[in-house]
Design a protein. Structure first.
Length: 65
């Protein structure tokens, strides 16, 4: 589970500054796909929100190799 510090927004509109960070959603998905290709993990589920949550499964056999 991941959470932004100081109630900052990862994606969406920041109520304090009025800035919109919606463009970061695709960046998170792209980065997740990149990390899956590098490490021995599988993504079981994810949701990209202002705070995001990722469930991973570690493939032990490839990781040990």
């Amino acid at each position: 589970m991941a959470r932004c510090v100081r109630r900052a927004n990862l994606c969406g509109e920041d109520n304090l500054t009025g800035k919109n960070y919606k463009h970061r959603r695709q960046w998170v998905v792209d980065k997740l796909r990149e990390l899956i290709s590098v490490f021995s993990i599988e993504v079981c589920a994810y949701a990209v929100m202002s705070n995001y949550y990722v469930v991973l499964h570690i493939n032990q056999q490839p990781a040990q190799e």
